[in-house]
Design a protein around this ligand. Structure first.
Ligand code: GLU
Length: 469
């Protein structure tokens, strides 16, 4: 491990697998915690792409993951696109390294070649299942193959397996969960190197975390059962073990594991919907951790300062989009007009196409009413000619006529004057403001109508009424 004076340098990492459309929200959470742990300790945060499972590989997913991390403001110090002292940071480009370490384990007698066919392994498994035994490899090749080199020379396909000795008590310390103990008999003779020459996750993750001098392995709870296998490998190589911490898995409001069916799971979806990156990180920070002063809203810097890995609670926190939406609204409200304008111009083509003057006038009205940036299109529909087709009945058509008559008479086009005029019509027709909203904008709520009409201007407001047939 790198030493800085007498102190160890904190180096954390995420090794996302490019097997989906983007980075999963759960992994974004893990990334945030790793990032915070590194920054808090003046350490380094590393991204390494774990693309060793070629069957699940999705073209372009790694680029998307890196892009999303940056969009959320989780900047890494070393990674596939920016390099670093231990490059390459893509596992598929590191195959000779894994082969070398797998060979080292063979030499030490800790790993062995296995030539078993798929059929034999399947039969073994189904027999074990029938006999209600634990399904694991039976060390057949370790016990029966005398000269593996000859078979390899003859071109036989093989994998390399770890020889796990039975009945050994093993343990590791988890910073969030305390000591975890397991009997080695529960561990299978794990495949380390596959027949296609690619390492399995277990070999690659341990080798790279060691070479890249990772000090803290912070990952989701679902990897706890892999950790004893990794501990065996650290011991087999004679390497110092890093600190382990397994974060709780995020859950849907019904407590099931966060899944596509119940919640959008790809991080970029949230940006596309107009959630602000800082609101999302603030929300994620509060899953499994609370601010010492019980604050809901705080900056990323504040989180980095106050956060302690030991304080993360191990129970599955609920990812609730309603709460996230509330938090996003708070962030939007706290923006200055200038900041919000910039955000809208970046987010919405309609905002870009609108006159700067109109947009500036709308912003104070929008600010307290937008939950996400995408609400802009709905709230400002009348300004961007994006109204749903509306069918008006006879009563409404009469109302349109009366509205036209009284609004066209107004000498001054100010919202308080417009309001007086609308009030008269409402009294006369015994209707509420919602009905007038519907006439003008097709829905029964939105920005305050008198202000909206003022900004729209008299001519356009009357045109709008004229267009109703
Ligand atoms: N590829 C795994 C994941 O993305 C890595 C697990 C680990 O951190 O070791 O969840």
């Amino acid at each position: 491990m790198v030493k800085q004076g007498l102190e160890k340098i904190v180096r954390t990492r995420i090794p996302p697998s490019p097997t989906g459309q983007d980075i999963h929200v759960g992994n974004l959470y893990t990334a945030l915690i790793n990032f915070a742990q590194a920054k808090k300790n003046n350490g380094k945060f590393i991204v390494r792409i774990e693309d060793t499972d070629r069957t699940r590989y999705q073209e372009g997913a790694d680029i998307k993951i890196l892009e999303s991390l940056k969009k959320f403001g989780i900047y890494y110090d070393e990674g596939p696109d920016i390099g670093g002292p231990f490059e390459p940071y893509r596992q598929s480009e590191r195959l000779p390294i894994y082969k070398k370490y797998a060979d080292e384990l063979i030499e030490k007698g800790i790993a062995y070649y296995c030539f078993c066919s798929k059929e034999r392994l399947e039969e073994l498994r189904s027999n074990q299942l029938k006999e209600k035994k634990q399904t694991k490899y039976d060390k057949f090749c370790l016990l029966s193959v005398n000269n593996p080199q000859e078979r390899i020379k003859a071109g036989d396909s093989y994998v390399i397996r770890l020889n796990v000795l039975a009945n050994k008590k093993m343990w590791f310390k988890d910073l969030i969960r305390g000591q975890i103990t397991i009997d080695s008999s529960e561990i299978d003779d794990q495949v380390l190197l596959k027949s296609d020459g690619f390492p399995t996750y277990h070999l690659a993750v341990v080798v790279d975390d060691h070479i890249m001098q990772i000090s803290h392995i912070i990952r989701a709870e679902e990897w706890i059962s892999s950790t004893p296998k990794h501990v065996l490998l650290y011991e087999a190589f004679g390497w110092e073990k890093p600190v382990f911490a397994h974060l709780p898995i995020l859950r849907n409001p019904d407590k099931s594991k966060l899944s596509k069916r119940k919640n959008p799971v790809w991080a970029s979806w949230y940006l596309e919907q107009g959630f602000l990156p800082e609101a999302m990180l603030n929300y994620l920070a509060l899953l499994g951790w609370s601010h010492p002063e019980e604050k809901d809203i705080f900056t990323l810097d504040e989180f980095i300062q106050l956060f302690r890995l030991e304080d993360v609670k191990p129970v599955g926190p609920i990812f609730d989009i309603t709460k996230l939406t509330w938090m996003n609204q708070q962030y939007i409200q706290n923006k200055s007009d200038e900041e919000l304008k910039k955000l809208l111009l970046d987010f919405s083509i309609s905002a870009k196409n609108m006159s700067g003057e109109t947009l500036e006038k709308l912003i104070p009205l929008l600010k307290s009413r937008m939950e996400t940036l995408s609400d802009f299109e709905k709230l400002a529909a009348i300004f961007i000619d994006q109204m749903a087709d509306i069918i008006y009945d006879e009563n409404e058509k009469k109302l349109v006529k009366d509205l036209h008559a009284s609004l066209s008479e107004l000498k001054s086009w100010k919202h308080d004057i417009i309001f007086e005029s609308l009030k008269e019509i409402m009294l006369e027709h015994k209707i509420r403001m919602g009905v007038l909203y519907k006439i003008f904008i097709g829905v029964d709520r939105g920005l305050p109508l008198p202000e909206t009409l003022e900004i729209l201007g008299k001519a356009k407001s009357l045109d709008r009424l004229n267009s109703i047939k």
